[in-house]
Design a protein around this ligand. Structure first.
Ligand code: AMP
Length: 520
């Protein structure tokens, strides 16, 4: 049950596990060609027609028997076989692992029965379904199958807390949804903040009540779990990133309690303050601990605590949670988030200016009486940034640049979400450094799914945060809108395609501009 739900949602492994199957697109293409004898040209044509490798697999897998000497004596594939094969792919690391993985994919394609099995094996491995939308459907199915009297809300809450669709299915089937709790070593979804435009809007929204205001740190969100002698760090996508931050592991392991902490890891130098966000991204990409440490010093600013010594604390008020947290942090080298109690728009504004002058992004304002609600945005937390109008978008195509950037893939076409699909909204040429462009080129090559001249269609995985001057109506892109002067603010490796902004939000910003222009 657990595996079936996970596969249906397009995942090979449990969320929160450090490793993934990591089978590249080119490996899948290679295996498919080997198993079926299809030519590269036939495959490209088919891919351009379907836009999805798994559909091409379904088209060609019928040729398998002619192309290979397959004796057909193996047992039919079961879900558990697939799960254990995925596990073996995950375990294959280092030298020779690519060949091992290819052999394992081959064995699955041989043993799978008919087009459908082959198609879905490739769909899962190529992460074709991984834009986070399919998980919602599986969640709905779990609710219908086992939700019973517990109801939709209980299923949703349990899922947000468990973080993994397979665990949700298992707990639901066993009738244990009501007992799901936050537990150390199992990541839970993060509470999120609603963007707001001004100090006035925030103070009006919270009706002038007292608020805890904190600096908005520009780093990576991090959930730190400590149980006995063990420490693990999870990202906003619930992926493990323990190895990238040994200093945090070291400091957390000295806490004399079992805890789950929430906070932000920031590149930070004593006496100097916050450093560039890009440094943290670089640390995330380095597997080597010592090298990672050398890239930049860091600080972990803690602002919440979800679990303490055997008891979940997320249902308590923020005021109570924070009092406990400040106690837990005493005597450790982990930092308390800078915070101040504010009430009026004037006080919010003053603290906001202070935060900006120190090099932080703005503020996050929190209702002191609110519980911690995993995975939910709004209501209790609001964020205030200088530049409201940035959009999180996903790259869908890339091209070689001109002039100084000739020979480099440096022009990126990007899209926003519209229901289940994506709609192109613009193209950006600037914002990344030469070094970042080089790194991006490597990633794009890995994600390229078809080429037409100099233009590459890119699998929608790379999330970019783009700033722009305004939004215009335009026939140029299929969204019906275009961004004026778009520039890339940063690469958002902490987000995935399911987290990007929607066409609805684009419309809202567009309408908002009109109101402002009319009023001017
Ligand atoms: P954004 O990335 O613009 O959607 O803003 C939300 C992010 O701000 C969160 O996911 C955190 O990573 C980050 N953040 C920085 N400082 C804080 C804070 N004091 N409280 C909550 N989130 C914060």
């Amino acid at each position: 049950m657990e595996y079936a739900a996970r596969f249906a949602a397009g995942r090979t492994t449990r969320k929160g596990s450090a490793e993934e199957t990591q089978v590249g697109y080119s490996a899948l293409v290679g295996v498919l060609r080997e198993v079926t004898g299809v030519t590269q040209e036939e495959l490209s044509k088919s891919y351009l027609k379907h836009g999805d490798l798994s559909e091409s697999v379904a088209e060609f897998i019928g040729r398998r028997r002619e192309a290979t000497l397959f004796d057909g004596e193996e047992d039919p594939l079961t879900i558990l076989d697939v799960a254990s094969t995925f596990e073996r792919m995950t375990e294959a690391q280092g030298k020779g692992s690519t060949a091992t993985k290819r052999e394992l994919v081959k064995s699955l394609l041989h043993r799978g029965e008919g087009e459908l099995e082959a198609k879905y094996i490739v769909k899962i491995l190529s992460k074709e379904m991984r834009i986070g939308l399919v998980e919602g459907l599986v969640e709905e199915a779990v609710a219908q199958a086992f939700g019973g009297d517990a109801g939709r809300e209980t299923v949703k809450e349990a899922y947000l807390m468990l973080g993994d669709i397979g665990l949700l299915a298992r707990e639901a089937k066993c009738g244990r949804l009501a007992n799901v709790r936050i537990e150390p070593m199992r990541p839970t979804n993060f509470m999120l903040a609603e963007p707001m435009a001004s100090a006035e809007e925030i103070s009006a929204y919270f009706e002038g009540r007292e608020l805890f205001a904190e600096y908005k740190y520009d780093g990576v969100r991090a959930q730190v779990h400590k149980l006995g002698g063990e420490v693990k760090i999870f990202s906003r996508r619930l992926e493990e990133m323990t190895r990238s931050f040994p200093e945090v592991v070291d400091a957390a392991s000295r806490i004399p309690h079992d805890v789950v902490l929430d906070g932000e890891i920031v590149a930070f130098r004593e006496g100097e303050g916050p450093l560039s966000f890009q440094l943290i991204q670089r640390r995330l990409r380095r597997a080597d601990v010592e090298e990672s440490k050398r890239i930049a010093p860091i600080r972990y600013f803690c602002f919440d605590m979800l679990y303490l010594d055997g008891s979940p604390t997320h249902r308590e008020s923020f005021r109570a949670r924070r009092a406990l947290l400040w106690g837990v942090l005493k005597g450790t080298s982990l930092q308390r988030a800078d915070s101040r109690t504010v009430r009026t728009a004037g006080e919010i504004d003053a603290f906001f200016r202070e935060s900006r002058s120190l090099g932080y992004e703005g503020l996050v304002l929190k209702d002191p009486e609110s519980p911690y609600t995993p995975g939910r945005r709004g209501r209790y937390w609001a964020k205030l940034k200088e530049e409201l109008d940035t959009l999180d978008v996903v790259m869908v195509a890339a091209e070689f640049g001109h002039g100084k950037r000739a020979g480099k893939i440096s022009d990126y076409t990007f899209a926003v979400r519209d229901g289940d699909g994506l709609k192109v909204i613009g193209k950006a040429y600037s914002g990344l450094t030469d070094k970042e462009i080089d790194e991006m080129m490597v990633r794009i090559k890995r994600l390229t799914v078809g080429e037409a001249g100099f233009r590459m269609a890119v699998r929608p995985e790379i999330v970019l945060e783009v700033a722009f001057d305004s939004i215009q109506k335009s026939e140029r892109h299929d969204s019906g809108y275009a961004l004026r002067f778009p520039r890339i603010k940063r690469v958002r490796d902490d987000k995935q395609a399911g987290d990007i902004d929607t066409l609805e939000r684009v419309r809202e910003i567009y309408e908002g501009q009109k109101v402002k222009a009319d009023a001017a």
